[in-house]
Design a binder for this molecule. Structure first.
Ligand code: NDP
Ligand code: MG
Length: 396
């Protein structure tokens, strides 16, 4: 490798951000941190800057920026602090940057991720909400700029690894029959339905196999995460929703599979640790050590599979319907979900109400075409407003 790859980590203080920095720190001969961004955990961001010495750090507002800038100077660092969405877009598009890790959670990640796409970067995408919201426009922008889009989501990274190199020619052209998207089923796979009314945010966030941020943990408990991933898979691999089948696999050892017309089914296996897909995408097409322990098949002993129960997990049905409707529907679904999950985490609603709210919001608005980004944000804003109205009508 001729020179160090310059990496921007959007959402560095989060779960995926920290796993990324762990892998990067194992390979100082390959990677240099160019920029780190945080939102609320700013003392953690300071510590990460001291550890990785980036050129830039980005925080949401000016007062926090001044505080962090003073602390960085006191620590003897020349890291420059930038502010807000403009700062995020700047460190995504800077000509010196090679790779952008998109690991901000939710719709807030869309514009900075698109800035990296438009600048033709190598993008490691964890922020599935960005792609769900704006799929067609996002993929058009990737094709136009020649950006290299690599999935970090463990399932999509697995599918990517099981696809032939020329899958962009079309799934039928390369002999793929369907994608089998695995799901653990989350912490409530076997909880009696009546008890779901009373589950707490901490119970929802106690994922059996993965350690993740709170929003995606609730999404995993409701299986909205798998619904968002279904939409994500359709865009990444140019698949129709009926070509993606969700399979519950409670051990989370098989991270997804690709079924070919000749009957071959290729799977990617590994311990459930995000450092594997991160290392795979960072080094692609090479392979590097990720720090993940080798898989011990004797300790795992068995792999189970079952069909998802859409009565237990209505969010999965809602996401599939949004995938089929296309246009503004996925952006509305995503926005209603973000607001509903935040309300659940604040104990303003019960767990099953997440799905009820989303269904109610989606039924109130017709699906409209989204030919430009402003239409995506309009759909997002409308769904957030409708969800807030539901919350105030049904205030506890
Ligand atoms: P976390 O909540 O742990 O981290 C989110 C990151 O985004 C933090 O750095 C946070 O900053 C930052 N952030 C939050 N809100 C904003 C905002 N409004 N503007 C700018 N930055 C913001 O989430 P995860 O790391 O778990 O997930 C990140 C993304 O990756 C999500 O889209 C998720 O779906 C996806 N993903 C995560 C996986 C996982 O294993 N965790 C697996 C697959 C996908 P701060 O912490 O300082 O507030
Ligand atoms: Mg996933």
């Amino acid at each position: 490798m001729s020179r160090l790859q310059q990496v921007t980590v959007l959402g560095a203080t989060g779960s995926v951000g920290l796993s990324t920095l762990d892998v990067i720190a194992r390979h100082p001969e390959r990677y240099q941190v160019f920029a780190l961004t945080g939102f609320s955990r700013l003392s953690e961001l300071l510590a990460l800057c001291v550890r990785h010495v980036p050129r830039y750090a980005v925080v949401p507002e000016a007062v926090a920026a001044r505080g962090l800038q003073d602390d960085l100077r006191a620590a003897g660092l020349s890291t420059q602090v930038l502010v807000g969405e403009a700062g995020l877009c700047q460190v995504s598009a800077d000509p010196e940057v090679d790779t952008v890790v998109a690991a901000i959670v939710g719709a807030a990640g869309l514009r900075p991720t698109l800035a990296a796409v438009d600048a033709g970067k190598k993008i490691l995408l964890a922020n599935k909400e960005a792609l769900v919201m704006s799929g067609a426009l996002f993929m058009q922008a990737v094709r136009k700029s020649g950006a290299v889009l690599l999935p970090l989501d463990s399932e999509h990274n697995a599918i990517f690894q099981c696809m032939p190199g020329d899958f962009a020619r079309g799934l039928s052209q390369v002999g793929v029959r369907r994608i089998l998207l695995t799901a653990s089923g989350g912490p409530f796979r076997q909880t009696p339905l009546a008890e779901l009314e009373h589950v707490s945010p901490d119970q929802a966030c106690a994922h059996p196999n993965w350690s993740m941020g709170r929003k995606i943990s609730v999404d995993s408990a409701s299986m909205m995460n798998k619904g968002l991933e279904l939409i994500e898979a359709c865009w990444l691999f140019d698949a129709r929703p009926d070509q993606v089948e969700v399979v519950i696999h409670p051990q989370s050892v098989i991270h997804s599979l690709v079924d070919y017309v000749d009957g071959s089914v290729l799977a990617q296996l590994g311990n459930p640790d995000m450092r594997t897909p991160i290392a795979n995408a960072l080094a692609w097409p090479e392979r590097i050590d990720s720090g993940v322990a080798p898989l011990d098949l004797f300790a795992i002993a068995r792999l189970d599979f079952e069909a998802p129960d859409e009565q237990r997990f209505p969010c999965l049905r809602l996401a599939r319907e949004a995938a089929e409707a296309g246009n503004s529907a996925p952006a509305m679904l995503n926005a209603a979900n973000e607001v509903a999950v935040a309300a659940f985490l604040e104990r303003r609603i019960r767990f099953p109400e997440i799905a009820s709210i989303i269904e109610d919001v989606l039924s109130r608005e017709p699906v409209v075409a989204v030919n430009e980004l402003s239409a995506v944000f309009e759909a997002d804003t409308k769904a957030r407003a409708l969800t807030e109205q539901w919350l105030s009508r049904n205030a506890r």
